[in-house]
Design a binder for this molecule. Structure first.
Ligand code: PFF
Ligand code: NA
Length: 446
């Protein structure tokens, strides 16, 4: 092939930033704080941490390990690695499902990214100032009902994603996360700092960290497990793709530990930023998109310094969404780059435009096409459910089952630099605990 050599991350640190950038998204800033609050505070956090370390981390390491062995896009990687282990190339299907899943998620993730951009602008132009809950509610509904508006912001968001990914791994992905991840951390710190001045910080801490075991049900455990998967961006070919740019010298387990800790710290930080504002303004801890897109703007519109805090919050949200979106476009781009005659930039453009087009169908399901349903779901919800309930768990399951049962144990052990006890634990987790955990969530959520 006449194409350039396979890219490599410039350092372990850049890789950590990029992987954390993928992991940190709406799942951390909006979903996790709300889930914690609703599900028993510290009790839920404990279950979640167990799920993250016993199931999430092993699958994360597995995806990176496979990607690093294959040094290719997820499809070629799975086919290559399976073949060289003397197994059928049909394992490539795991990669296919990963790339397809990333593509489908990107289409509707970009629509939400567009909301975030629209709200960022809204904070600048003072759309929220002095608004009542009804006022902001109708602003949100008005946005959903306006296809032109949604289309414009979805397009802007996708354009930025394409421009970043087209520039390649070191210039594009690393360049973006090098700016956006530190900015995200600073913004979050300032917002948590503000929370401390509200006089309601203690309340938020209690809400997040004091265990209420009575609220812990089977359903909560399932939610914690499902979220562990989602929050680490597993099962989407992303970590397979990101692993393919890794050098042999990186210790996968230590690196995974760092990424998992950062993801969790940012999720908890988001709770410490959001809840004091919610309590200080006696707002409703409503679930769903309304917590961020309706409830919080009401507070920003009515408090001193709210304009600037609101702006900071939505810039934070936009950065979190962008760094996740580029990680979704990456596996698809890498696939086209390696499996078609297209080079890097055209691959990113073709993949991004195709996802953009599907995203247009998704955004129309909020308005003009609201009557178009499949299995009672609109296009947006269908894409969401199809990926999060089916493709994500099955792809992750395929990857971990393959690595645990079909690769040479000695090679895996050497690659992960594990001693006897460590490898015993690894085998137990990847052969039994993780696959069974995933299957339980999969069937329970049907
Ligand atoms: N990990 C991201 C979050 O927690 O928001 C969400 C996500 C991004 C999930 C990309 C899946 C994905 F492929
Ligand atoms: Na996350």
């Amino acid at each position: 092939m006449s194409k350039a050599n396979h890219a490599q991350w410039s350092s372990r640190f850049s890789f950590i930033l990029a992987a954390t950038g993928s992991a940190v998204g709406l799942g951390n800033i909006w979903k996790f704080p709300y889930m914690v609050g609703q599900s028993g505070g510290a009790a839920f956090v404990l279950v979640y941490l167990l799920c993250i370390f016993l199931i999430g981390l092993p699958i994360l390491v597995t995806e990176w390990m496979l990607g690093r062995r294959g040094q290719s896009n997820p499809v070629t990687t799975m086919s290559k690695v399976a073949h060289s282990a003397g197994r059928t190339r049909a394992w490539a299907l795991v990669g296919v499902s990963g790339v397809l899943g990333a593509f489908l998620i990107l289409s509707f993730y970009s629509v939400i990214g567009g909301w975030s951009l629209y709200y960022t602008l809204g904070s600048v132009t003072g759309d929220f100032s002095g608004q009542t809950a009804e006022g902001i509610g109708s602003l949100f509904e008005g946005m959903l009902g306006n296809p032109g508006l949604l289309l414009m912001w979805h397009s802007v968001f996708m354009l930025v994603v394409i421009l970043i990914v087209a520039r390649g791994v070191t210039k594009g992905l690393e360049g973006a996360v090098n700016i956006m991840m530190p900015a995200l951390a600073v913004l979050l710190l300032v917002l948590v700092g503000y929370g401390m001045t509200t006089g309601h910080f203690g309340e938020a801490v209690t809400y997040l960290f004091s265990p209420d075991w009575s609220k812990l049900t089977g359903e909560t455990v399932l939610a914690a497990l499902g979220h562990a998967f989602f929050t680490l961006s597993l099962g989407m070919g992303i970590m397979l793709a990101y692993g393919s740019y890794l050098g042999k010298e990186v210790n996968l387990i230590k690196t995974a530990r760092t990424v998992v800790i950062m993801d969790t710290v940012i999720a908890l930080g988001a709770g410490l930023a959001i809840f004091p504002i919610v309590f200080a303004n006696q707002l409703d801890l409503a679930s769903g998109p309304s917590l961020i897109f309706v409830t919080l703007p009401v507070a920003f519109g009515n408090m001193t310094g709210g304009a600037i805090l609101g702006l900071m919050f939505f810039v934070l949200l936009t950065f979190a969404a962008l760094t996740s979106a580029i990680s979704l476009l990456e596996p698809v781009t890498e696939f086209l780059e390696e499996r078609t005659p297209l080079s890097r930039a055209p691959s990113a453009i073709v993949a991004g435009l195709a996802a953009w087009l599907l995203g247009v169908a998704a955004l129309l399901s909020f308005n003009l096409w609201s009557g178009v349903t499949f299995f009672d779901l609109g296009i947006f919800d269908l894409l969401d459910k199809l990926t999060s309930k089916f493709m994500l768990p099955l792809t992750g399951l395929g990857a971990v089952v393959f690595a645990a049962w079909f690769l040479s144990k000695e090679e895996v052990r050497a690659e992960l630099e594990l001693g006897d006890t460590g490898f015993g634990l690894w085998t137990l987790l990847t052969r039994f605990v993780a696959p069974i955990g995933v299957l339980v969530v999969f069937f329970a959520s049907l």
